[in-house]
Ligand binder design. Structure first.
Ligand code: ACO
Length: 322
């Protein structure tokens, strides 16, 4: 028993901040950001939150899937930037779409979040426990960014993406995933309650801290490894895959992964120029764009691969059959 995506949706904030806008806040410029990252602009939440964007993306995915909300058995939301600690975002989404039967929980795995949420949901589907799942990645990274730190504030944007999955007879793929908790300090962000209760130096804690070069080196090594591992595990090769949908963090990382694998960059869709790094949302936003632009066609096979704080990583194979 396998699973298929029967609907996708995405939502991004209205406000667009281009590189010139960022250069008004910190000492940087459009050329540096383009060259080092490939990012031209990002969407930044003014009124929106990770919760509201998740709800919007979910509504669109449900409309796209064309199924009744009562048929959703499971909602998993990958996020690290929920507006409130509890209840979880998945419960908010459940209430919004009227999925009264759904089991709901959130999952925290930073930029690997969507891949791990997808793997969690598909494990339930494969086991025959549930039939239909709604998987969402939603983050407002702008809320945890120090807008005075030019090494991080240029990278991130806000958004949400969602996919409705259904159990389906067909090929059953095994996933790969992993973590290296010993490298946690490479990319970290203290919880807000620590900042409010204990931190004397307000302004520095509660923001994302990153060793950019260490993350870069980790990503260009681990992502190709994970992709090759998931292919081997399932008896497939690079040639069997139509699209490599990789977390959208930095164009140079994606180019390096393609080079390592000996795959044309054309098989690595990229939309980070428009959104920046939207963390858990980047893969489902890209899937939604590929679907609605006609790039993604019935019968094609994809690898989705994520990496991020933890450090964490994961890769899955899926057939697009809708
Ligand atoms: N504008 C201009 N100059 C800058 C900027 C900026 N925005 N940021 C840094 N610089 C300067 C530095 O100060 C340094 O100057 P120096 O040589 O005088 O000391 C110089 O540019 C080079 O800095 P590096 O940090 O070496 O630049 P690098 O080429 O590594 O690019 C970057 C930095 C873009 C952050 C890169 O390391 C990267 O993309 N890393 C991966 C980050 C990532 O993907 N994070 C998300 C992970 S997913 C998750 O879970 C959230």
């Amino acid at each position: 028993m396998a699973e298929i995506i029967i609907g996708t949706g995405a939502a991004v904030p209205d406000y667009v901040l281009d590189n010139d806008g960022v250069a008004e806040m910190v000492e940087t410029d459009d050329a540096w950001i383009r060259e080092r990252t490939g990012i031209l602009q990002r969407h930044i939440a003014k009124e929106e939150t990770a919760d509201s964007l998740a709800e919007e993306a979910a509504c669109r995915a449900m409309a796209d899937a064309g199924i009744a909300p009562e048929r959703i058995d499971l909602i998993v939301v990958a996020t690290t930037t929920a507006r409130v600690r509890m209840p979880c975002v998945a419960c908010r989404v459940q209430e919004k779409i009227g999925a009264k039967q759904a089991v709901c929980f959130d999952l925290n795995a930073a930029c690997t979040g969507f891949v791990l949420a997808y793997q969690t949901a598909t494990a339930y589907l494969k086991a025959g426990i549930y039939r239909t799942a709604l998987v969402i990645g939603s983050d407002c990274m702008s809320q945890v960014i120090d807008w005075g730190d030019r090494s991080t504030c240029i990278l991130f944007g806000d958004g949400a993406g969602a996919a409705v999955l259904q159990r389906h007879p067909g090929l059953d793929y095994l996933p790969v995933a992993g973590a290296d908790g010993g490298k946690g300090e490479v990319l970290s962000c203290q919880a807000l309650y620590e900042r409010q209760s204990f931190c004397k130096e307000s302004g520095k804690s509660g923001f994302l801290h990153m060793d950019g070069q260490a993350v870069f080196k980790f990503a260009v090594r681990k992502v190709p490894e994970a992709i090759l591992e998931v292919l081997e595990l399932n008896g497939l090769t690079i040639e069997d895959i139509d699209w490599f949908v990789v977390h959208q963090a930095n164009r140079r990382i994606i180019e390096s992964v393609a080079r390592h694998l000996g795959v044309s960059l054309e098989r690595f869709p990229v939309n980070l120029q428009e959104y920046g790094n939207t963390s858990a949302a980047s893969i489902p936003i890209l899937l939604d764009e590929m679907k609605h632009s006609g790039q993604l066609k019935k019968g094609q096979r994809l690898v989705i691969a994520g990496f991020g704080a933890g450090l964490t990583w994961g890769a899955s194979i899926l057939d697009y059959e809708h």
